[in-house]
Design a protein around this ligand. Structure first.
Ligand SMILES: NC(=O)c1ccc[n+]([C@@H]2O[C@H](COP(=O)([O-])OP(=O)(O)OC[C@H]3O[C@@H](n4cnc5c(N)ncnc54)[C@H](OP(=O)(O)O)[C@@H]3O)[C@@H](O)[C@H]2O)c1
Length: 273
């Protein structure tokens, strides 16, 4: 399907497939292995994991066993949000690379600007130190691209005070009704690709009657409409599913949402609020 092979081009000229397969909350072992294997079989060539998901080893094994050449699959993983020290970041990257058994990752992200137990707390100096570690990893060639996740404009501006590499990506929560307009506009203007995580609001958006009405006009499911909405906004969707059937459905999004329907979607409020 074209949406699976089409790419965005990052500011460093690295190509990234337009739809990524999310793996949060898929347990390590057969669940993660089978989900990623099914996604690759369905044509996905971009897999998103994280050290914090605990499933890097199974995700990587499914990638290896697929027989697809490594350079045809885009692999993202993330530095745990709790690590805000340069040397600890380097050590965590080594742990990740041992779990993945790969020579390089395509994208390495700081998972969040703050530990999950203290969201919103100020770690600007720690993030600057950790970013230096990621810049070193990038220079070594072991991460083709580097980026951030859950960063606001303020967080990015603090990082840029000492950065020599502008993040290639900011991965943020993004779905119909939750579009983070300020951060999105800022990143797009600076050439930072916005990746949208939880494009289905972790499932909470799927029974919206408003969305069902619009999706029906196109003969598409609510999930397909939601994923297409991100693509219409040049935001890279990262849907997750443990179902092979839904993985294929989520990638079958080669249709165009009309300007009127886009405006209607823009006007919806967060269905999970
Ligand atoms: N950087 C971060 O801080 C961060 C945070 C959250 C997520 N993420 C990334 O973004 C990815 C996606 O976000 P997410 O996991 O929150 O969820 P999501 O993709 O918004 O939604 C997943 C949920 O929707 C269901 N689903 C998927 N496709 C469906 C379909 N076609 N029809 C009906 N139900 C469907 C799934 O159930 P089944 O599995 O049963 O199909 C699951 O319950 C994550 O896996 C992760 O890679 C990153």
């Amino acid at each position: 399907m074209p949406s699976l092979t089409d790419t965005f081009t990052l500011s460093n000229d690295v190509e990234i497939p337009k739809i990524g397969f999310g793996t949060w909350q898929i347990p390590d072992g057969p669940d993660a292995y089978d989900s990623v294997a099914a996604a690759l079989k369905a044509g996905y060539r971009h897999i998103d994991t994280a050290r914090a998901y605990g499933n890097e080893a199974s995700v990587a094994r499914a990638i290896r066993d697929s027989g697809i050449p490594r350079d045809e699959i885009f692999v993202t993983t993330k530095l745990p949000a709790e690590i805000k020290d340069h040397d600890e970041a380097l050590a965590s990257f080594e742990t990740t690379m041992s779990a993945l058994e790969m020579d390089y990752v395509d994208l390495y992200l700081i998972h969040a600007p703050w530990p999950w137990t203290d969201m919103g707390s100020d770690h600007r100096t720690g993030n600057q130190a950790v970013w230096k570690a990621l810049e070193g990893i990038h220079a070594s060639g072991r991460a083709r691209s580097i980026g951030i996740s859950n960063f606001t404009v303020d967080d990015i501006e603090s990082l840029m005070e000492t950065a020599t590499v502008t993040p290639h990506v900011n991965q943020i929560r993004w779905y119909v009704g939750y579009t983070q307009d300020e951060t999105t506009a800022y990143c797009q203007q600076k050439g930072i690709l916005v990746e949208g995580y939880s494009p289905l609001a972790t499932g909470a958006i799927l029974d919206s009657a408003d969305l069902a009405g619009i999706a029906a006009k196109y003969g598409k499911s609510v999930a397909q409409l939601c994923i297409r909405y991100l693509l219409e906004k040049d935001v890279l969707p990262l849907p997750k599913t443990t179902s092979a059937k839904r993985a294929a459905e989520n990638a079958d999004v080669d249709f165009e949402i009309s300007a009127d329907d886009l405006a209607a979607l823009d006007a919806l409020t967060d269905p999970t609020a």
